[in-house]
Design a protein around this ligand. Structure first.
Ligand SMILES: Nc1ncnc2c1ncn2[C@@H]1O[C@H](COP(=O)(O)OP(=O)(O)O)[C@@H](O)[C@H]1O
Ligand SMILES: [Mg+2]
Length: 394
């Protein structure tokens, strides 16, 4: 069928034609935004789940909702090797200037800029050309201890007070939040603790792999009290079918029930896979309805595309040792694994696996869903590993 009219959108962060099965979490976000704006306490949100389940798409949708509700927002994406302070400083600067330009009495926005200035100087962040500009002296003694767990809360307070003075609320959205180190995560938690204590209109919505296992002590118990952790998983069958059928219908075409059920079965309801299947099946079909036979005939190309676009790119970035570690994991039952079981498969001592495990976590290939457990971050990666390395020997 006409490729130009193909409604499906496989790709990281690509908005799907139909955001199926996420009513619950969007409703939760709506309530959160409404309550924080009204000065009522509510838990911030951290959307957690594997790659390709639709976290980024949800985060973008929640940012749109926030803006529609009158929030000023900023969205950052963490990645390996950039600090939280470096990522946050430029958009906070923009936000504070925006608040400063808004009509209204008071000098809290100017104070916010002064605090940001001292924050930036204290942690000596190299933000490239970053220069706060304008003629404001840094505020000595505010957010400039050099300890992020103290300074970030002070900075958030200054920003949120400036917003409050202008009668607006602030939404900070952070994607790939798991890339921050334990100190940065803990600083974010402490900053949100301050927001709640002072009932300030600033909300944090994050997305990524589970971060709770990375937190310890006080910041962990605060995190459990200050955040909810909606689990973003595969779509239930009915929603998976809706994600395919509605866009086809909307485009004026049809798809058979058996075809829908087969795609739902093959994809296990994972959103990224649904988009790829929908996309290829549409292109493969000569005319409506898209049939089971078309789905079966698209199978080879879909596997190839998923391997090359979703799995292989990650696999190729790994060292042979890392690949062997993952291949050993793929020998085990699907799910989470004790490090000891993986070591046993590799016939090595558990202590010797520390470095390879750490680098796989850093590369975002595996994560720790709970203490001492390891799991793949990419759905169905175990099946891919068995395709990529058919014969495994310890
Ligand atoms: N609820 C949904 N229904 C259908 N497709 C979705 C849904 N959420 C996400 N997708 C699709 O899944 C793919 C991955 O989404 P993305 O937000 O990048 O996932 P993540 O950030 O979790 O890795 C995109 O192609 C997107 O269009
Ligand atoms: Mg994402």
């Amino acid at each position: 069928m006409d490729k130009i009219r193909n409604p499906f959108s496989p790709g990281a962060g690509s908005p799907p034609p139909e955001l199926a099965g996420r009513e619950g979490v969007l409703e939760q976000a709506r309530v959160l935004l409404g309550r924080v704006k009204a000065g009522r306490p509510e838990k911030s949100m951290l959307l957690t789940g594997l790659r390709g389940v639709g976290k980024t798409v949800l985060l973008n949708e929640i940012e749109r909702m926030a803006q529609a509700a009158g929030y000023r927002s900023l969205l950052i994406e963490a990645h390996d090797g950039k600090s939280l302070a470096v990522l946050l400083a430029p958009p906070l600067r923009r936000l504070l200037f925006e608040l400063d330009r808004m009509a209204g009495a008071g000098d809290k926005a100017r104070r916010g800029i002064a605090v940001l200035k001292s924050f930036v100087s204290a942690i000596k962040v190299r933000v490239g050309e970053f220069d706060i500009g304008i003629d404001i002296e840094p505020e000595t003694g505010a957010a400039d201890s050099g300890d992020l767990e103290l300074d970030l809360p002070s900075l958030f307070v200054a920003v949120a007070e400036a917003a409050k003075e202008r009668g607006v609320a602030v939404a900070i959205l952070i994607d790939e939040i798991q890339y921050f180190n334990a100190g940065e995560l803990s600083a974010l938690v402490m900053a949100m603790h301050k927001m709640q204590q002072r009932q300030l209109p600033l909300v944090l919505v994050g997305a990524g792999l589970p971060i709770l296992p990375a937190l310890v002590g006080e910041s962990k118990s605060y995190a459990e009290r200050l955040f909810s952790f909606p689990d973003i998983g595969p779509l239930p069958t009915a929603a998976a079918i809706q994600a395919l059928r509605d866009p086809v219908r909307e485009a004026g075409e049809t798809i058979d029930d058996e075809a829908l059920e087969e795609i739902a079965r093959l994809t296990h309801g994972y959103p990224y896979f649904l988009q790829e299947w929908g996309y290829q099946a549409w292109n493969h079909a000569d005319a409506s309805p898209i049939s089971l036979a078309v789905v079966q005939a698209s199978s080879a190309i879909v596997s190839e595309r998923l391997d090359s676009n979703f799995f292989r790119v990650r696999f190729d970035r790994l060292t042979p040792r890392e690949q062997r570690f993952l291949r050993a994991m793929a020998e085990l039952e699907p799910g989470r694994h004790r490090t000891g079981d993986i070591a046993a498969r590799l016939a090595v001592k558990i202590q010797s696996m520390g470095p390879v495990r750490a680098s796989l976590i850093k590369k975002g290939m595996i994560y720790s869903p709970s203490h001492g457990d390891m799991a793949f971050t990419v759905p169905l990666f175990d099946e891919f590993m068995r395709r990529a390395i058919p014969h495994f020997e310890a």
